[in-house]
Design a protein around this ligand. Sequence first.
Ligand code: ADP
Ligand code: ASP
Ligand code: MG
Length: 410
Amino acid sequence: MALIVQKYGGTSVANVDRIKEVATRVKRFRDEGHELVVVLSAMSGETNRLTSLAHSIHANPDPREMDMLLTTGEQTTIALLALALKNIGCDALSFTGGQVQILTDNAHGKARILNIEGKRMREQLHRGKVVVVAGFQGVDELGNITTLGRGGSDTTAVALAAALNADECQIYTDVDGVYTTDPRIVAEARRLDRITFEEMLEMASLGSKVLQIRSVEFAGKYKVPLRVLSSFTEGEGTLITYEEESKVEQALISGIAFNRDEAKVTVRGVSDQPGIASQLLGPIGDANIEVDMIVQNVSIDGTTDLTFTIHRNDYNRVITILQEIATRMGAGDVIGDNKIVKVSLVGVGMRSHAGIASKMFRVLADEGINIRMISTSEIKISVVVDEKYLELAVRALHTAFELDEGVNLS
Ligand code: ADP
Ligand code: ASP
Ligand code: MG
């Protein structure tokens, strides 16, 4: 008998029929004698629908009220699943995040989990009940309802698994595991039986939204046994592992991630002296805007250009902030581009192999794709390219690095 936390995403609970199918799956595990905590998302499209309702009233809605609104999506699905479970003779109780004391900070819309009180859930599990918990939500210390950022139900599930010391956390979604790249972009993408935690962390942070990045961070911190599988089919899915595979088993590249939410800005003619980067980037950080890649050119006439990438949603705000600073500093123009994307190769095998970057650049050049920015770390190489080349770049790299289905990776 094991304690299993299962999370079902939006498409897995998209309507009453799907919810009934989830109930059948949960009951099967229960009948095998396992204890079950089930975390649910809202029905697919519901969080977007609620968001647009709020935007039809106010362009910039109050964050506290937004969280109050958005959490209703998950409250609907947990109640329906508890009803569906009872209907088939499987005793269950639904709980909001607050009811199982998922305590977060008060950063509405992107709150972090601080503590989870497992007592109430354990009591119900011992009574033989399936515990159904609303994903994506918590409460701050004043009892205000908070949300954990888009895709946050993954994090609820992993955090509950850590707090309850569960034997496994299973993330059920609409694909049957983690693939070499998004299978919706590359039909030849291949499911991975296993992926190392480090690689999964890179994939998630570089744009593969199959798991929310914070859920992977949590899993790593508490070594939660984590598996991604499909709620539509049967199968083993993908296991996230914490030990490095032996060198023989290591693929050079495990996956390709991409992120469409990118924009870049450049400040021209900045004088090349100490403190300039901080003067330009400080106010961006103060406005709570995250900066990703940063490139500074070699100065020619005592001035240089500074380019960096940001989330596309922050583009207009960043341009406004920088124009003001640039004028004050006597720097040149502020220019930008919000039609760019980031494509990244990820693999722990890179550590022991040279020449991957040059091969990547050659493959892109052969397709006539211009690279706008580059950044590397030990286990990833990222390039920024024009948005229109996204699919071509990902497909060409997927083939060139022998990730396509059916290729013998020896
Ligand atoms: P859920 O609603 O179940 O949380 P998501 O839409 O958040 O589902 O995540 C699943 C989606 O992630 C898949 O439908 C797929 O398009 C996308 N995805 C992106 N990268 C990958 C990848 N490397 N492997 C699998 N799926 C991926
Ligand atoms: N319903 C939330 C969202 O759509 C949380 C989740 O599904 O994980 O982002
Ligand atoms: Mg998701």
